[in-house]
Unconditional design. Sequence first.
Length: 292
Amino acid sequence: MFEQLGLIGCGLMGGSFALALKRAKLVKRVVGYSKSPSTTERARQLGVIDVAAPSALLAVSGADLVLIAVPVAASEATFKAIRHGLAPDTLIMDVGSTKGDVIDAARRGLQDQFSSFVPSHPIAGKEVAGIEHADAALYAGRQVVLTPVKSTLRSKVQRASQVWTDIGAHVVTMTHQDHDLALAAVSHLPHLVAFAFTNAIAAHPHGARFMALAGPGFRDFSRIAASDPAVWRDILLANREQVLLQSQAFRKQLTQFEALIASGDSQALENAIAEASRTRAQWQPSGSSSGN
């Protein structure tokens, strides 16, 4: 059991982690901090945290576990803010959807405490944000990817893996390069496409009429377009190189489909659709996920 969780970022992801630890009886006390004092106070009122700290530094003071649950663009400033409040044996984790940039930010911000940082990405979420939507079961059955580097203490990696496992997650370990490439393909690009698709319909002169006729297909395809704008702005910019590479690969496939439609080649078009259908039918999710 941990004596104290220092939670930086009392939103959906951080709040759900705190609730999961509490439900599993893995932590005695949760001290939380958010940039907005009203958010921190709301988290306390909801019982997500036990104490509302006035600063990130005070939130981690005395903590043997720290979770950074802020937008990835705020990572470096957050690491710098907490560095002098960390104990030598504190386990530090994050929940960022990109890892290369967060690792660089942690290296600069944590300095001699960097070896205690275990980069983590729980592949879970919701289209709604905020502490009111925090859920103790959010990570149950979901994958959590750990991306330690050579200087990360093995003992910290083992402890991080155990924490996520104890709240019901399935832990996978890989390099941050592999993570960012894979997530660009299966998460970041789909969000980009959903954003562009939804905006294209909304921009059409008859867009409102079109959407009034939309059914389950539109609902399923556009679901992730309702994701948090600030979070996804940061993700797409942080992983821009890999996202743009995947976007080019998608554009190539889209161009090929357009060419088949324009030429009227029904058999080739059917074959291309059948290939996609087989691929999707054979996919077996290792844990349902949403929003990340």
